[in-house]
Design a protein. Sequence first.
Length: 195
Amino acid sequence: MDPHAQLSGSIYSGDKSYKIVEKLLYGRGRSLRIVSPYLSRYYVRKLIRIARKKSVRLITTARTAKDERELRRYLGRTGLSVWLKALVALLVIIAVSVLAGLVVLALVASQVLAVFAMLLAVSAARGKPRIEVRFVRGVFVHEKLYISETQAITGSANLTWSGMHKNVEHLEITSNPERIRALADHFQELWESAG
């Protein structure tokens, strides 16, 4: 444990916030609700992976319209680029086989392509991240909030590398169902007021 860290009941203060927050992010449950004004690409990638298994609702603040476009574009990726590259490679093999007069190889490759296309469709439907993002406009929401069905965390740590791994941050952790419900209600109010 680092010399600055203190873990007392349901309060943490230290520079290893990720140990507390990531436990909630990866924990059991079907959904996550997150408020973090700043996000790093590292944690956006983690949220995309998490969102393949549970629904994620994220409230953040874009400093500019460009930031918002970038985040929406990044979150919109579904990982199909690897599949598409493999599909192009298979099509090249078929084209080369046909040009070389290898009709049998071309027929086999076309059957493989059909199976591959079905797998691609199933994979795309299954692996699509379930993540929704709303951007707060007009005011700067500075709070940080992480909620699952069984736990909630409030405090100072943004969902950034520095906020989770370097800065000394303060977190309050609760497993109290009434408190979680109250924080979830608060999140819902923010969600409805965000754009």
